[in-house]
Design a protein. Structure first.
Length: 489
């Protein structure tokens, strides 16, 4: 057992020094678990990673291949997506496909949040509000951070500095008001030592009260509110109504509605129709990465209220007659975000499957949830007893949260920051690579696992023995890291 550190930074310094030994033990554990050389690099713990999309299911692949061989105006495919969305949510909602979720965020924020840049006189500034939650660099990085204490919050995220990095995402004369959440903890952790959002204890109503006060303070400049669309407790969404809709999202919609501004949800790792319902949250816009949990070809999808989607569709060039009527492919500010024919076909197939056969997306999650409970239930009791394990149909994933290991005296299980991920010092990710797995999302005391990355057959069914190997691997790696941190003997 490693010596128990007195202070956090000492524990992380010790872990950094022992990375070679941790990697050696991880490789040995992979061999003992039964991860063969033939399997290494061929599977992973989530099919929802942007850098390594999951293989397409047979139904999506066949539909896409068939349509790719036919002559089909793109406007017709876009209208089919709109029809499917309206069949799911109602005629008051509309849709606009884009090439990525990030493109959807950019277009929506520029259309709805950024002030106009044309006309005589000086331009004014506007602000949008973002709760201080996980992945803030996704939905919260399109404006200059406010208050100033957060001005460097994204400095170590990404690999490019300055205008071509995260700072280059900031839109014209736009600020981001960052508001901490009630019940959250923002302690500093990681080898790359940074504050991390620990959100298991977030209290929705108190958070909404705090956000409302800040929103009223900035009401004259406030142009919108954004948040994630997930339902994981470890992401701050443990408080839910009787339908399972996160209360915080509903309350943010009420605040936005009271101020007459739009509420935009980033639900990249979400599934239309199966997941969090835009009608129940009250959001104006929800944006998806369709190649993540939905299993479509690489693309994004914007779903929202019709009146809000009109300017968004205009910005995408989808609002005039060019081989279509209400849908077009004319030139506009964001026609560069056109997803293309094959992506549109994949979206149609995925939306149909989610609408008509949701069990194809839910069943593998149920099977995975059982495996995670079984394998993590075998861990040392000091680890096992303070884990929170949750299943999400919205994200088609299982969350393993261990922030409660830091309750009380002493140091808990090491927490790696998102800055660790970008600097290559997140051992729970780099260690998986040493074991032969494609890493998953594993930072901020949170591990997310989902099916699909070499762990499902062509019909979408879980390949249980392979998925179990992956779960055994992350459980073994967590135990190795705990030993080197002195958390267990």
């Amino acid at each position: 057992m490693a010596a128990r550190s007195k202070f956090k930074f000492e524990m992380y310094r010790q872990l950094q020094a022992e990375i070679p030994q941790i990697y050696a033990e991880a490789r040995k554990a992979a061999d003992e678990i039964g991860i063969t050389p033939e399997l290494k690099g061929k599977f992973g713990l989530t099919g929802a990673v942007s850098g390594c999309p999951a293989p397409l299911r047979k139904d999506i692949l066949e539909f896409s291949e068939k349509g790719a061989k036919e002559v089909i105006p793109l406007a017709k495919l876009v209208d089919e997506i709109r029809t499917l969305v309206k069949e799911i949510y109602g005629d008051e909602y509309d849709a606009a496909p884009v090439n990525t979720c990030e493109a959807g965020l950019w277009v929506a924020f520029d259309v709805l949040f950024s002030p106009p840049s044309m006309g005589r006189g000086d331009n004014y500034r506007s602000r949008y509000l973002a709760p201080y939650e996980r992945h803030l660099h996704h939905q919260g990085s399109y404006g200059r951070p406010f208050p100033p204490r957060y001005k460097d919050i994204f400095a170590d995220r990404g690999t490019t500095a300055g205008e071509l990095g995260f700072y280059g995402k900031r839109q014209n004369n736009l600020d981001t008001i960052i508001v901490p959440l009630a019940g959250a903890c923002y302690d500093v952790h990681g080898i790359k030592y940074h504050p991390v959002p620990l959100l298991l204890g977030v209290r929705a109503e108190e958070s909404a009260d705090q956000i409302s006060v800040v929103a009223e303070r900035h009401a004259g400049e406030l142009s919108g509110i954004t948040s994630l669309g997930y339902d994981f407790p470890g992401y701050g969404y443990a408080d839910k109504d009787e339908d399972g809709t996160p209360q915080l999202q509903k309350l943010l919609a009420e605040i936005a509605g009271g101020l007459g501004i739009p509420y935009v949800i980033d639900n990249a790792w979400g599934i239309p129709s199966v997941g969090v319902d835009i009608r129940k949250t009250g959001a104006d816009v929800v944006i998806y990465s369709m190649d993540k949990a939905s299993g479509a070809t690489t693309s994004g999808l914007i779903i929202g209220k019709e009146d809000v989607l009109v300017p968004i569709r205009r910005a995408l060039g989808m609002h005039g007659d060019r081989y279509g009527t209400t849908t077009s492919y004319g030139k506009a500010a964001y026609v560069t975000n056109d997803p293309g024919k094959e992506a549109l076909l994949g979206q149609i197939a995925a939306l149909r499957a989610a609408k008509e056969n949701p069990s194809i997306l839910k069943r593998p999650v149920d099977d995975l949830h059982r495996i995670v409970q079984e394998e993590f239930g075998r861990l040392d009791s000091r680890i096992r007893e303070k884990l929170a394990i949750y299943r999400s149909y919205n994200s088609g994933a299982v969350e393993i949260n261990y922030e409660r290991t830091w309750d009380g005296d002493g140091l808990g299980i090491p927490i790696f920051s998102i800055e660790d991920m970008y600097s290559g010092t997140n051992i729970l990710q780099t260690g998986l690579a040493q074991m032969g797995l494609i890493p998953t999302i594993a930072y901020d005391a949170n591990i997310l696992i989902s099916p699909g990355l070499g762990t499902c057959d062509e019909e979408g069914n879980l390949i249980e023995d392979r998925m179990r190997l992956g779960v055994k691997a992350i459980a073994a790696l967590l135990e190795i890291v705990c030993r080197h941190a002195g958390y267990i003997g």
